[in-house]
Design a protein around this ligand. Structure first.
Ligand code: GCU
Length: 368
């Protein structure tokens, strides 16, 4: 009983901005209201944190440059291609690799936003994933927009760049990487050998933040799997330990729109917090991976986002976050609800354990 009080009190003491209340103070009272409230939330997160979302492309096309129908001992179809999206400023192309297990029909698919271009990679054990019956579509984030202060010259950043200094709600790179994940879905929808109803987006750390943004802005993702996403991902900013807005916007200003740094040291003034990002994915699935030693990300604050976003899921008639009335402990897995969570031992990493948990969650909640 003490625990019940503790968790409620922790949430109350944070004084989080309300999810089920419009900006003008009126209440959200119906699912239709929620659709409008969701639009407000998405606009707010563009304006204050991630920057404007680039428009959907006019067209997309894919050009295959390698096809191996018998990869991984003959179990997998492996296809490499250039994916091109036609947008206002020109054509933007990036490499995409697709792996489809041959031994099952209609496999669920994971769009993996990768740090490195080599596949497989220590974060992306292809054979173990396809052996579980999942297809994988993966691209390297640096091919979309370089993860560094490059003055937005190359890639998608170059095409979107406006005259002069970056300012206000100009698109940050997390939003660009997330936008690219949606172009992968545009492409996947043209294939008939994968399950269109069960497409997930997944990434680790800065790319876990990206996996949340991708699913928030694109309802074609049925699942989002943010691994160790932390600050400006799934961790509640108010009261957060480890990394805070000041540190993240000093080191990585280009991940966000310039407006975001205005909240450094002024977290209590933010008209949002990261539970807004999770709730914007409702009623779809989110399942997070955290690590007990990842104190820079802060697993307790990560957990609190799901605790706080739960009310929207409940409001929409979903199970939401089914969890005990206490903070998480190492070894915990909460997979019963629409929101899932695990906390493993060890440090910041995308481990085999995280993969197994995510795949387990997706199998459990597969949509027919
Ligand atoms: C840095 C950054 C984190 C980020 C991490 C990563 O540590 O401060 O916000 O999640 O890099 O992407 O590995």
């Amino acid at each position: 009983k003490g625990g019940v009080k503790m968790l409620n009190q922790t949430i109350e003491s944070l004084q989080l901005p309300r999810l089920l209340e419009f900006e003008d103070g009126s209440q959200v009272t119906s699912p239709e209201d929620w659709q409008k409230r969701r639009e407000e939330i998405l606009d707010l997160l563009c304006e204050e944190e991630y920057g404007l979302r680039p428009p959907a492309p006019l067209s997309i096309s894919a050009m295959t440059n390698k096809l191996d129908e018998n990869a991984y001992a003959g179990k997998v179809l492996e296809q490499h291609m250039m994916l091109s999206a036609e947008i206002e400023g020109g054509i933007f192309s990036f490499p995409l690799k697709v792996f489809v297990p041959k031994f099952i029909e209609n496999p669920m698919v994971i769009v993996y936003i990768a740090f490195r271009e080599d596949v497989p990679d220590r974060y992306l054990p292809i054979e173990e994933i396809t052996d579980e019956g999942f297809a994988v579509a993966t691209f390297c984030y640096n091919h979309v927009a370089v993860d560094g202060e490059d003055n937005y010259v190359g890639g998608l950043a170059g095409l979107l760049k406006k005259e002069g200094e970056r300012a206000g709600n100009d698109t940050g790179k997390i939003m660009m990487w997330a936008w690219a994940a949606s172009r992968v879905v545009d492409y996947l929808e043209t294939r008939d050998d994968i399950d269109h109803k069960n497409i997930a987006v997944m990434g680790h750390s800065r790319l876990g933040k990206t996996a949340l943004v991708a699913a928030a802005y694109d309802e074609r993702f049925t699942f989002s799997f943010p691994n160790n996403s932390g600050c400006s991902g799934d961790a509640i900013t108010r009261g957060k330990e480890g990394e805070r807005i000041e540190q993240i916007t000093n080191r990585f200003p280009f991940w966000f729109c310039p407006n975001y740094k205005n909240y450094a040291g002024r977290e209590a003034d933010m008209p949002f917090d990261q539970h807004f990002l999770v709730a914007a994915i409702a009623p779809r699935f989110v399942c997070a991976g955290t690590a007990v030693e990842d104190i820079w990300a802060d697993p307790n604050s990560q957990y609190l986002s799901y605790v706080a976003a739960d009310e929207v899921y409940k409001f929409l008639g979903k199970d939401g976050f089914i969890h005990p009335n206490r903070l998480p402990e190492v070894g915990d897995t909460f997979h019963e609800g629409t929101l899932g969570f695990h906390m493993r031992s060890g440090r910041h990493f995308h481990s085999r354990y995280d993969w197994l948990k995510f795949m387990e969650f997706m199998k459990k909640h597969r949509i027919n």
